[in-house]
Design a protein around this ligand. Sequence first.
Ligand code: TTP
Length: 363
Amino acid sequence: MTSKKQRKIIHIDADAFYASVEIRENPQLALQPIAVGGEPSRRGVIATCNYIARKHGIHSAMASSHAIRLCPSLIIVPPNFKLYKQVSAQIRNIMLRYTDIIEPLSLDEAYLDVTDAEHFNGSATRIAEAIREAVTNELSIHVSAGVAPNKFLAKIASDWEKPDGLFVITPPQVEAFVLKLPVNKINGVGKVTTQKLNHLGVHTCGDLQALGIHTLSEKFGKYGARLHELSRGLDLRPVQTSRTRKSLSVEHTFSKDLYTELDIEEKLPKLYRELCDRAKKLDPDAKINKRFVKVKFSDFTQTTLEESFNMTTDTWDKPQEFTRMLLQAWRRSEKPVRLLGLGLRLLTPTQSSNLMQMDLFDT
Ligand code: TTP
């Protein structure tokens, strides 16, 4: 693919995924408020809920006990991850009918690059419709889809007409679309950044564009330049399959800054679990050779730390190593922390085959 070619990206996201699968298994639940999650009496939390339950104010990550108070008739079903994984694989098989350039983001969400797909005369919109139709007909759940020239816009588009929706942003529509797009729709712009931007009189991507790259870089460091790009609807990130992937990472922006080593250590288990979940989806022959961490401070400066490990004698999955690295990175300036990230670097297929050849010579 030449870099000048206009790309066609689809973002697929299942609607109320776990809950929809449970309703499929037990259709009597369809007209009732239902959630998937842990028991209220055991300090459980809600993983997700159907749209009827959402009308009562229930949402993911809420304590189940609170959810029951909001909606006493709520039915809470325990999760069945094995089943969700099966359905996820079935969705993937449907997507594979159109392209193998697929980047899964979680069990129910993926980007597809259909720039060179030949189906339907190359119409990304019709491919997205066909995927949606096949998922509904064959798996009895719904997915929403977004079609756009890049990942940033495709993800926003899939959310635009949710549930059971399709929204397309064609290249000529990008300019007008982003002008009115609220800044909090930008992935990574959470409550704190939105407030900070609102104080600067910025509410839409159009306002962000007007602010200009210099002011943005002054206020947000490197992230300022990224914000400027996104505000114009530009995003060059490729859809990364596990074959082309060079790294994998997870990060969390916190609603309250972290101030102490203990605060940071407490955030590690959840991040680490997410990293493990993402790593499980890699190709079985993917070779991980480095760990890295990222710390972003409240003034938007950031620092990263990366370390190789000996792949023949060691493995990447040591939470204590990530903790040590995070603290080491934090100690470089000891300022309040707004974001922590953990990541892994992978050897590309060529690098790993070179490595295998070196192994042969060594023996
Ligand atoms: P999402 O795609 O965030 O949400 P969803 O599919 O339930 O609903 P929708 O996209 O229509 O708004 O998450 C996908 C699945 O991941 C979700 O069904 C349950 C799980 N999940 C959790 O377990 N905990 C969470 O905090 C979130 C956000 C999701």
